[in-house]
Design a binder for this molecule. Structure first.
Ligand SMILES: [Zn+2]
Length: 884
């Protein structure tokens, strides 16, 4: 699963479970976590639903073949908002049926114990169509011409299949599913499997789909509405891209992507995709992200469709999300984690695989370098004492929410896999992955099963190295102290401790660190395992550049002794891109933790000169923007903004405003980013040029390509007066294209002037935003918030339902984790904390703590950075020396 709009994670229901998987055990049904008893297992479901959108109800009939592993007179399974009737076992009435919505359980008592063996449970039920994406839900939308429509779709992960049909709704209960649905005849229907038969009766048609392979309930999919598809056949398999009728043509790029990616994955896994078709369904708005339902992947429309107004970044996102969801067809669907503890076996692998695929098919995107940004996000989150391990203890179903943690489960997990892969070698790692998939196909797995697959590959003890990275939070700071012998040979002595932005690690954790050591600027790195404090490593000659994290692959930081740092800074311009990135990332983090001084970082940043490396510049922009934001309202602000502009100016001047032929996508992206910064940091020439280009664009819309619009429009909006604001607002209101709607409304939120900001805040919650863009509202407010904290906070508190409803089941996570990080600079911490704790379930306490800790750190960091930046600039002014 992937969250598209905010990359926020998934909430689940609030249930108490008795068991969780014990780390270290390979999968078995009996030891798998969960709450339902394992004495009865579902084998095959036959589910027949008739949803009625007028009454918002589901009329259902269900028959489940069960395997009784012991004689019993009691059946317990999940249900929510369903009323069961005509309940029978093997055709005979049962003694009693009790459904408890609080517990999300139904208990059936039999008149007498049924014997070991197969039995069939059957019943009718009335259920509910949901208005948020949980279970079977309704989605309203508007067509470009203004016509209104609706469709039905599903979102089951983690615990919402039970809202559409009563079931054993835990991942370890694999069973086959045969779905039958009766909907209006003019509607198209899509599910995991191809259609077996259709039968029309008047205005309604009953569709029965083929029987699925054995799978977990959270992967069941059903979508119905006025949809159309474009399709292709490759390798005897049908690929379909479905969208609201009229929009399907925008699926052409996705259709080509799907075929390429599937063929690449079959090759990588050496295991065929087991279904005869793969559908991808664009659900307009509301539904937030993408979900890997086996054979029928659902996407929010913006994550699948590419229109003529989409940017290159939009297209990259489409590819990357498709590659992620399709990787789940193996990691997740074919082999499913036994319980939510091991969610990383789904998500980390899907993210890792998606990056690999982007690198393979689009090397010009420099995905590996850009991936460093997500690794840094993870390292920042994981440098707090409240951080959790990748493998999480999940004892309550709501804690599955915490397991869908973007920074840790997705980004850190992915980075750890990449580090292991680099250490073991690509071929050895692939061999291990293949044997894991083969061994666990059509079944479930735990982390121990993965170690069994990878164990011993390349003669290296993988479990011993990897287990700690997965099972304990945090990561090491490797400290390197160089010494020179009389012949000029250098030896580095290594020590490690957990890297924390604040405080010290009371547990003194240690890791086996797979270092990639490069001496000089061009030699290939050497893999060295660092596990003992005091370990000595030969490191070339004194004065040569040294990287202990070559190509920035490792999930650790390095602090060099002063002399080595000096050599590295001196040779900065000649280092390989990845080594520079690692140095920038680490030095900035060390400044944040108070271990290094701000000037030591600025010395690196100002050594970039005119080098055109996207990720390095993104890192620098991020750091300088942090200080610039912290300086707002302080006396040193303008001096710092001037200084920040001088750092990026050489690269900005080298690029200019206009594209040159033959430029790669990352260079174009860098140009847009630097233009944006120059505007944000108040460069008068950049503001004047942006206004000129905006005026030309208003005369003739072809004057700015979609890719170039945001940087120009954002600068104009930030400096807008009333009439300019109205022009921008007009653009947004007139647009009928999803990509444009997001871009134009996004620009409006950049406004600086207070009275215009109040208008912008009203727009965020106004009905002028079409239904399919409802999931954008909260994101718009997040864009408004940096400059207008109190206004945005009041708007958020007053309209919480409208803003977060479309993000369900993500709403509580957005409040707990992200709200503190949005409002930290203007809303007193105790006021915010009180509000947050009153608005999320008590079980989310850990997530709230994490959000608040991040916000408190930002406040402390602000103090330090503003002081350090002012001192640095004043010293430069006093001495009259250049500030670089
Ligand atoms: Zn996923």
């Amino acid at each position: 699963m992937q969250s598209h709009v905010l990359r926020i994670s998934l909430a689940a229901s609030y249930l108490v479970l008795s068991l969780s998987v014990r780390a270290g055990e390979t999968f078995s049904v009996d030891s798998a976590g969960g709450r339902l008893p394992k004495n009865v297992l579902p084998v095959s479901y036959s589910i027949d639903i008739a949803p009625d959108v007028d009454t918002m109800t589901i009329k259902g009939k269900e028959s489940v073949e069960l395997q009784f592993r012991a004689a019993t007179d009691m059946l317990v399974f999940n249900s929510l908002n369903e009323k069961l009737s005509e309940v029978r076992l093997d055709g005979k009435p049962v003694k009693s049926v009790a459904s408890d919505d609080e517990e999300q359980l139904t208990t059936v008592m039999l008149t007498q114990p049924a014997a070991i063996g197969k039995h069939t449970l059957s019943f009718s039920y009335i259920g509910k169509i949901e208005t948020h994406p949980q279970g079977l839900f309704i989605q309203h939308y508007e067509q470009p011409g203004g016509a209104k429509g609706l469709l039905l779709s599903t979102q089951m992960e983690a615990t919402d299949a039970r809202r559409m049909f009563p079931c054993w709704d835990e991942p370890a209960f694999r069973a086959t599913y045969q779905l039958t649905a009766t909907v209006p005849s003019k509607w198209a229907t899509v599910s995991n499997m191809p259609i077996a038969r259709r039968k029309s009766h008047g205005s309604l048609t009953t569709t029965t789909f083929q029987v699925s392979p054995k799978m977990s309930s959270y992967l069941v999919e059903f979508t119905a509405g006025d949809l159309a598809q474009i399709k292709a056949t490759r390798g005897g398999r049908r690929f379909g891209i479905w969208a609201v009728r009229g929009q399907e043509v925008n699926g052409r790029i996705a259709l080509a992507n799907a075929q390429t990616i599937l063929a690449d994955y079959e090759d990588y896994f050496d295991y065929p995709f087991p279904l005869s078709k793969l559908d991808s369904i664009a659900v307009p708005g509301g539904f937030n992200g993408a979900m890997e339902n086996w054979g029928a992947i659902t996407y929010t429309d913006q994550a699948l469709l590419v229109t003529p107004s989409s940017t290159l970044e939009d297209q990259q996102e489409v590819f990357s999300i498709q590659a992620h969801e399709m990787a789940h067809q193996w990691f997740g669907d074919l082999v499913t984690m036994g319980w939510w503890d091991d969610l990383w076996l789904n998500e980390s692998f899907a993210s890792w695989m998606a990056e690999k695929e982007a690198e393979k098919r689009h090397p010009e995107w420099h995905s590996k370098e850009l991936q460093d940004a997500s690794k840094e996000r993870a390292m920042r989150a994981d440098a707090r004492s409240s951080s959790q391990a990748i493998q999480k203890h999940v004892t309550k179903e709501i804690e599955a929410t915490n397991a869908f943690d973007q920074e840790i489960t997705y980004d850190k997990g992915q980075a750890i896999l990449r580090m292991l892969e680099a250490y073991l070698g690509d071929d050895s790692f692939r061999g291990g992955v293949r044997s894991y998939i083969r061994a666990r196909a059509f079944s479930n797995a735990t982390t121990a099963d993965l170690w069994a697959g990878l164990g011993g590959v390349g003669g290296k003890n993988v479990p011993q190295i990897a287990a700690k990275w997965i099972a304990q939070p945090g990561y090491p700071l490797v400290t390197a102290n160089a010494s020179c012998d009389s012949a000029g040979r250098r030896t580095v002595t290594l020590t490690q401790s957990r890297f924390l932005l604040q405080g010290a690690d009371p547990n003194h954790e240690r890791w086996s660190v797979p270092l990639q050591v490069r001496v000089g600027s061009s030699r290939p790195p050497e893999a060295i395992l660092f596990s003992e404090d005091g370990q000595k490593v030969p490191a070339g000659r004194c004065g040569e550049p040294l990287s202990l994290n070559a190509d920035a692959i490792g999930f650790y930081r390095v602090r060099y002794d002063a002399k080595t740092l000096e050599s590295n800074t001196g040779s900065f311009h000649s280092l390989p891109a990845g080594d520079r990135i690692a140095l920038l990332d680490d030095q900035w983090a060390l400044v944040g933790s108070g271990k290094e001084s701000l000037p030591s970082y600025l010395a690196l940043a100002s050594s970039m000169g005119g080098a055109l490396e996207i990720r390095a510049w993104e890192q620098i922009e991020g750091a300088l923007s942090t200080i610039e934001y912290d300086e707002r309202g302080a006396s040193g602000h303008d001096a710092f903004a001037d200084y920040a502009r001088t750092i990026i100016k050489p690269a900005f001047d080298a690029l200019g405003w206009d594209e040159k032929s033959g430029e790669t996508p990352d260079v174009k992206r860098l140009r847009r980013a630097l233009i944006w910064d120059m505007g944000a940091w108040g460069d008068p020439e950049a503001i004047a040029e942006a206004r000129k280009r905006f005026d030309a664009f208003m005369q003739d819309r072809s004057r700015l390509r979609p890719d170039d619009q945001s940087s120009v429009l954002d600068i104009v909006a930030r400096n807008a007066d009333g009439p300019t604001f109205e022009k921008l607002h007009g653009l947004a209101k007139q647009s009928r294209d999803g990509a444009e709607i997001r871009r134009f409304y996004g620009a409006l939120m950049q406004v600086g002037e207070e009275s215009l900001a109040r208008q912008a805040a009203q727009i965020v919650v106004s009905p002028e935003i079409p239904h399919q863009a409802d999931n954008m509202r909260f994101q718009l407010l997040v864009l408004l918030a940096p400059r207008h904290q109190r206004l945005a906070w009041t708007t958020f508190c007053d309209h919480q339902e409208a803003l977060l409803g479309p993000l369900e089941p993500f709403g509580s996570v957005a409040i707990a984790k992200y709200v503190p990080q949005v409002f930290w600079s203007g809303i007193p911490m105790d006021e915010m904390e009180k509000w947050i704790r009153a608005h999320v379930p008590a079980e989310m306490g850990t997530t709230v703590d994490q959000g608040l800790q991040a916000a408190r750190f930002k406040l402390a960091e602000k103090q330090t950075l503003v002081g350090a930046a002012d001192t640095y600039l004043q010293a430069g002014t006093r001495t009259g020396h250049p500030l670089h």
